[in-house]
Design a protein around this ligand. Structure first.
Ligand code: NAP
Length: 325
């Protein structure tokens, strides 16, 4: 498929590199309001808007701030182009509904780059969870304690603000981990939370904690931070009727579940930059998302991270923010 990237900032580098490694993909050029070239492919053409693109293409990759994903998706759908958006789907319910509806009406695929869903151990746990292999799940504790310096927030005047980033670490960094949480356990029915801003001059939280109760009684807890210097691997501890297991950066690192073998898949090592940096230099999970996107388009099936399931993640984050207010 032939792609146009919308947005030529940080994450565009990951796509230039990922697309370059996938033999069936072609990057045609990019859209930038400011006319900034793709830093990793400065030779490619730049257009000021999607409808100005004068070369054939099949799909867009939305690499713009979180609160602009719906605009890009609606524009792409109007042109009949498939949409792979960076996470989150968007930051508001109405925006997510509008973009989903526009893509559905236009008959184009809408996928979200929640690339941690492609990690082998997350997939194995998802299969076991869906098959009921753990019996009743009692509790899940998620720690997404990352670090960003003030220079990161100063690198874009929207960063750490509610209008375009949609919030702090809950919406921007830990949304990946909360996405795995909602993918595995669904939405809670009750949320309590506390947020604070400690280490940065930003509008949103840079640290917070939430407690969640699910319909089956499961109690979830999550800590999300960009103030946890120097930045830690993400940990999810799951306690069930059959025993407990821990995922550390999407790999099973502890397993004590009666009657179920540790499903940890060898897989290739994945370099997580997220604890300390916004750059994604290991492109393998993005490549897996692009491959799944292309298959979903061809097979006319729901992508691994489609709009319906990805919407839950933003819904949960909005509930955390609402509870804190
Ligand atoms: N999957 C992951 O692991 C991962 C990692 C990092 C980021 N992301 C996601 O990728 C997206 C982009 O993040 P990024 O770090 O690449 O951001 P960035 O470096 O700030 O780049 C954003 C780009 O969007 C364009 N843009 C269009 N309208 C804009 C506006 N009103 N304000 C600011 N920029 C605007 C900018 O180019 P012009 O102004 O020239 O149009 C800019 O190049 C976000 O949704 C983020 O959550 C995902």
């Amino acid at each position: 498929m032939r792609y146009v990237i919308v947005g030529t900032g940080n994450i565009s580098n990951t796509y230039v590199s990922a697309l370059g490694k996938l033999p069936n993909c072609e990057l045609v050029g990019a859209v930038s309001r400011s006319g900034r070239a793709l830093p990793s492919a400065p030779e490619l053409p730049i257009w000021s808007s999607l409808d100005a693109v004068d070369q054939a293409f099949d799909a867009v990759i939305l690499a713009t701030p979180n609160g602009l994903h719906h605009e890009g998706a609606i524009e792409a759908a109007a042109l009949g182009k498939h949409v792979l958006t960076e996470k989150p789907l968007d930051i508001a319910i109405e925006a997510m509904d509008r973009m989903t509806e526009a893509c559905k009406k236009a008959g184009v695929t809408l996928a979200v780059c929640y690339q941690r869903r492609t990690r082998p151990d997350n997939i194995a746990i998802k299969r076991l969870m869906d098959a009921g292999a753990f019996g009743r799940v009692y509790a899940v504790d998620l720690a997404a304690k990352f670090y960003r310096d003030q220079a990161y927030y100063d690198s874009g005047d929207y960063r750490g603000g509610y209008s375009l980033d949609g919030g702090g670490p809950f919406m921007q960094q830990a949304c990946h981990n909360l996405d795995i949480y909602t993918w595995l356990f669904g939405l809670p029915k009750q949320v309590m939370s506390m947020l604070g801003t400690f280490a940065h001059n930003i509008e949103s939280e840079d640290h917070g904690a939430a407690l969640m109760r699910h319909a089956n009684g499961m109690i979830g807890s999550v800590v999300a931070s960009t103030a946890a210097k120097p930045g830690f691997a993400a940990r999810m501890e799951v306690h069930t009727e059959k025993g407990s297991f821990t995922l550390t950066d999407d790999v099973v690192t502890q397993w004590a579940v009666e009657g179920v073998d540790n499903p940890s898949q060898p897989g290739e090592a994945y370099q997580h930059d997220g604890a300390t940096s916004a750059a994604v230099t290991d492109t393998t999970a993005h490549e897996a998302i692009i491959n799944d996107f292309e298959s979903a388009v061809k097979e006319k099936r729901e992508p691994l991270a489609g709009a319906g399931s990805s919407r839950l993640t933003t819904e949960l984050i909005l509930k955390v923010y609402e509870a804190a207010r």
